[in-house]
Write a protein that binds this ligand. Sequence first.
Ligand SMILES: [Fe+2]
Ligand SMILES: [Fe+2]
Length: 254
Amino acid sequence: MEYRDYESNARDCVREFYQLNHTRQTVEFVRAAREKYLPPRTREMGIWTAMQHLNELVDDSDPDIELPQIAHAVQTAEVIRADGHPDWFILTGLIHDMGKVLCLFSEPQWAVTGDTFPVGCRYSPKVVYHEFFEQNPDWKSPTYQTECGIYEAGCGLDQVLMSWGHDEYLYHVVRDYLPLEAQYMIRYHSFYAAHQEHEYQHLLNDQDRVMFPWVREFNRYDLYSKNDDPPDLKQLLPGYRDLVAKFFPASIWW
Ligand SMILES: [Fe+2]
Ligand SMILES: [Fe+2]
């Protein structure tokens, strides 16, 4: 099975999704979303409460999966465990998509899921469905369309405004509880142009370069755990509850 095949058999809604996403993720939109959600103060709830809400969602942007979110979460964690990785890595597999609770706060899919990319600088032609960027108002801004745009070369990704979605949001929700490697995995797991295509290298700093191999390592599990065989949740969930409790308090701010 080929993953991330956007050409031949992607569901039509994937294409429509990226048209909306690339048209509407402007610098102005990203700044407003950050203003609204950061620091996270929308709702206080435990990881499991959030997970139960999430289970009602299917991801429109993903051509590979039609499973409830919790199954993808546990599958990802299980393949990471099978490879003998430490607890924090397994936990990261479990929670990495939980930023999708943004959908519960009535955010549209195009502002929650899909591949991410920097705004405020030239779009790499390797971003999926790059052609739709021509419909983004930022496309016509000379300031935003230079190679570095509003950033300085080597400034580091922490300084870069990424398109708004579940990755950046969850990073801010969980960063205090997880090691730096896990923070990077969560924050950049949908930044395919950088972690798979090696684009945007001019924006990275030393820390980004040290951490990106972890993002790549994580991506193998995110992708290849997407088979449509649901895991035995009943048997597996108690262990995951304990794992979550090891790292997180009973409730956190979303
Ligand atoms: Fe994701
Ligand atoms: Fe995922």
